[in-house]
Write a protein that binds this ligand. Structure first.
Ligand SMILES: Cc1cc2nc3c(=O)[nH]c(=O)nc-3n(C[C@H](O)[C@H](O)[C@H](O)COP(=O)(O)OP(=O)(O)OC[C@H]3O[C@@H](n4cnc5c(N)ncnc54)[C@H](O)[C@@H]3O)c2cc1C
Length: 346
């Protein structure tokens, strides 16, 4: 059975950040295992490539320069991201390209296993990680398993996958001119979907919303509602189209049971954009319900969580708790908490 000091489960941006920081701490590549079914930079590098970023390009660059082991300075000129306006948003594939490059470079030195971790259990002070095809043992494990779009509890008409709906080109293949489309949600993803739909010729869109629109507010030293508010071109579009001057083919209806039951049957297709939830595998045995400390990422001794599945909870300047999701936030948080993880083996 393979024995490792550290195993990282997931090769999205969070898994890449975890690997880069362990290497920067002097952990030998041969003592690290890295597991992912694809090694394509996670959902970020696959599902969301054509989505416009909700962060400025400079934060992606900050992520890439944050780890010595990325050696990004030596390679930056080959990527379009290096030429993008650092103060503007960009398509996510601009960041997915260097992430894929780093992954391919790390595959040359770190023990990568193209598989899915299914089950974890602590035995003799080592985590046993059961994959589809083998088991490995590891002193420490980092779960960077990502999140998936929440599913819907009403019987929907034909649904359009969120990753296509958020891509202004990808959505086209799902549309015809007689469609009446339901869109659930009112956060950044839902508003981007509305923008994409209304820029194409659909007959009608019904937006089932639960709460008023919320915008990020740029203050001198910080961004209020940074993790929850609308930003960039999506925010501009919302101000122009949703503030009491709706396009003729858009209706916004409060999302309760009665309204859904009345209006959803009229729709030919639906898009569910109401947020994301942590992936459910691997199953971790012996810890009860899988939860984590929201300020350290600790799940159990030697077991840690990072990325969109286990975001840091932080109070903003008004005392409101926000969950910090974004590549630069994962990096900055990890660099603060890694010294704790390095001293918390089982
Ligand atoms: C639509 C959208 C747009 C976003 N835009 C931005 C943005 O502009 N800027 C920004 O900074 N952030 C953005 N984010 C937030 C965040 O940076 C991304 O969600 C990012 O993909 C999260 O990285 P991750 O590594 O946590 O998860 P993921 O990218 O989902 O990667 C998780 C990886 O773990 C693997 N995995 C899962 N389970 C297992 C298992 N059991 N065994 C082995 N492997 C497993 C998956 O296959 C996947 O490869 C966006 C998020 C979304 C949803």
């Amino acid at each position: 059975m393979d024995k490792k000091d550290w195993t990282i489960i997931g090769a999205g941006p969070a898994g890449i950040a975890a690997l880069g920081n362990l290497l920067d701490q002097g952990i030998e590549p041969s003592k690290i295992a890295w597991i992912d079914p694809e090694f394509k930079a996670g959902d970020f590098g696959t599902l969301w490539r054509n989505v416009p970023s909700n962060t400025k390009a400079k934060l992606f660059l900050a992520f890439l320069h944050a780890c010595r082991s990325f050696h990004f300075k030596d390679h930056q000129t080959q990527f379009a991201l290096a030429k993008a306006d650092p103060e503007k948003s960009c398509a996510l594939h601009l960041m997915a390209e260097p992430l894929q490059f780093l992954t391919d470079e790390f595959k040359k030195t770190v023990h990568t296993i193209q598989d899915k971790a299914e089950h974890l259990v602590l035995k003799n002070r080592l985590w046993n990680i059961q994959l589809k095809n083998k088991t490995i043992e590891s002193k420490n494990v980092i779960l960077a398993i990502g999140a998936e779009a929440k599913k819907f509890s009403y019987p929907l008409p034909q649904d359009i996958p969120l990753h296509d709906a958020m891509d202004s080109e990808g959505i086209k293949k799902h549309l015809n001119s007689n469609d009446k489309i339901a869109v659930f949600g009112s956060s950044h993803s839902a508003i981007l979907v509305l923008k994409n739909l209304l820029e194409h010729s659909v007959k009608e869109v019904i937006n089932f919303y639960r709460s008023p629109l919320l915008y990020a507010i740029y203050l001198k030293d910080s961004i209020l509602f940074d993790d929850t508010g609308l930003k960039g071109p999506t925010a501009e579009w919302a101000r122009d189209h949703l503030h009491g001057n709706l396009p003729n083919n858009l209706k916004r209806i409060y999302s309760n049971k009665e309204n859904i039951e009345q209006h959803l049957p009229e729709c030919t297709k639906a898009i569910y954009a109401v947020g994301f939830e942590r992936r459910q595998t691997p199953i971790v045995e012996g810890i009860g319900h899988l939860s984590y400390q929201e300020n350290t990422g600790i799940i159990a001794p030697g077991l840690f969580g990072l990325g969109i599945a286990f975001p840091e909870a932080k109070q903003n300047q008004l005392g409101m708790t926000e969950y910090r999701v974004g590549l630069w936030k994962f990096m900055e948080y990890l660099q603060r908490i890694l010294p704790i993880w390095l001293n918390y083996a089982p």
